[in-house]
Design a protein around this ligand. Structure first.
Ligand SMILES: Nc1ncnc2c1ncn2[C@@H]1O[C@H](COP(=O)(O)OP(=O)(O)O)[C@@H](O)[C@H]1O
Ligand SMILES: [Mg+2]
Length: 306
C-alpha cells in the first residue's frame, strides 16, 4: 500500500526539465528522503505532491487520490521558504494553522502548546514571531506542520537554518511522526541526516532518478572499504589492493583500501599480519551515503547547481 506515488511525472518550466519521468512511492510509516544537489528538482517534486504546481506529464496519487485541497487536513507541510506573520504570537500561529486543517480552536491550541513544550518554547508561547530568533521561528513553523498529526508529513530542507541541538530535535520529531504511522517525506542535501533517518531514499540528479531504495541497497552500489593506520608503505607491498593515502601522523599513515569478494577484511588482515605490517587501527566500513551520492551523481551534494 502506498500513501504517495508518482508515475512518469515530468515538470517543465519553458526549456528546463525540472523533473524528468519520475516514478516513486512511499508507504505509511516510512521515512523517505528526497536527496539531490541544488536545482535537482526536489522542491518542484514536493510542490507537485502538494498541488501547488501541476505536472506537465504523469500521474501523482496522494492518499489514494489526485493531489488537491480535499487532503489538506491529513497533510503537514514545511516549505523551503519559511515565513509566518511576524506580528502573530507563536501559539496563535499554530492554532490558526490547526483551524485551517479543520481542527477546533481548543484542540489546536492544546496540541500547539504540547508541541511548544516539546520544542522547549513553552515560555515563548505568547511572543510575537518577530521577537523570536530564526531557529525559534523555524520550530514554530515546524509545529504548524505537525499540529494536525498529519498522515503525510512533507518537509522541504527542514534541517537548514537549525543548530545541531535543534537538528537533533527535528530528527526525533520525524521518528516520532513515523512511529505513530505517518509517512514522512523530506528533502535534503545533507547526507548525514538521511543516513540516520531514512527507511528509503531517492537520489535525484537534474530531475532524473538515479536511485530509489533502502540504505543497504544503496551501499551495495559502492564497494566497502577498510580504513587502517599502518607504519609501513603499503604501496610497496604487492598483494594489497589499491590503498589510498588519507593522511599522515608522524611515522604512521592512514589508508583506505577497497574491498572485493576475494579481498574481504579477514583476508586483508591476514595479509598485513603475514607481511609484518604494524597496525594501529583497522576498521571495515560500508560506503557512507555521501560517497554513494558522489558515485551516482558525479558531484558533491552541496556542489554547484546541477
Ligand atoms: N517556477 C519556476 N520557473 C522556472 N524554473 C524553475 C521554477 N522552479 C524551479 N525551476 C527550475 O527547476 C529546477 C529544479 O529546481 P528545484 O526543484 O527548486 O530544485 P531543488 O529543490 O532540488 O534545489 C532548477 O533548474 C530551477 O531553476
Ligand atoms: Mg529546493
Amino acid at each position: 500500500m502506498s500513501i504517495l506515488s508518482m508515475q512518469g511525472v515530468t515538470k517543465r518550466f519553458g526549456d528546463i526539465t525540472a523533473v524528468d519521468r519520475l516514478d516513486m512511492h512511499v508507504a505509511p510509516g516510512e521515512i523517505f528522503g528526497f536527496l539531490g544537489g541544488n536545482g535537482a528538482g526536489k522542491t518542484t517534486s514536493l510542490r507537485m505532491i502538494l498541488d501547488i504546481i501541476r505536472p506537465t506529464e504523469g500521474r501523482i496519487a496522494v492518499l489514494g487520490e489526485a493531489p488537491g485541497q480535499e487532503h489538506a487536513d491529513r497533510i503537514g507541510f514545511l516549505p523551503e521558504e519559511r515565513g509566518l506573520y511576524p506580528s502573530m504570537k507563536a501559539i496563535d500561529t499554530i492554532t490558526y494553522f490547526g483551524r485551517l486543517k479543520g481542527m477546533d480552536a481548543a484542540t489546536a491550541r492544546a496540541e500547539g502548546m504540547a508541541l511548544l513544550e516539546r520544542f522547549d518554547l513553552a515560555e515563548r508561547a505568547t511572543s510575537p514571531i518577530a521577537d523570536m530568533s530564526k531557529g525559534m521561528a523555524q520550530k514554530v513553523q515546524l509545529a504548524t506542520a505537525l499540529v494536525n498529526r498529519p498522515d503525510l508529513l512533507i518537509l522541504d530542507e527542514p534541517f537548514s537554518g537549525l543548530d545541531p541541538v535543534n537538528q537533533q530535535l527535528l530528527e526525533a520529531e520525524i521518528v516520532r511522526a513515523a512511529r505513530r504511522g505517518a509517512a514522512v517525506v523530506f528533502s535534503t542535501h545533507i547526507m548525514q541526516h538521511a543516513e540516520r533517518l531514512c527507511d528509503r531514499l531517492l537520489i535525484l540528479r537534474r530531475g532524473v532518478k538515479k536511485f530509489e531504495g533502502d540504505l543497504a541497497a544503496a551501499q551495495g552500489l559502492v564497494p566497502p572499504t577498510v580504513r587502517l593506520t599502518a607504519r609501513a608503505d603499503l604501496a610497496a607491498r604487492p598483494g594489497i589492493a589499491a590503498a589510498r593515502i588519507l593522511g599522515r601522523d608522524g611515522d604512521w599513515t592512514r589508508y583506505e583500501v577497497d574491498l572485493s569478494p576475494d579481498n574481504d577484511p579477514g583476508t586483508l588482515l591476514e595479509t598485513l599480519t603475514r607481511e609484518g605490517v604494524l597496525l594501529r587501527d583497522f576498521e571495515a566500513r560500508h560506503a557512507a551515503l555521501h560517497d554513494i551520492f558522489v558515485h551516482l551523481v558525479g558531484s558533491e551534494p552541496q556542489g554547484e547547481a546541477a
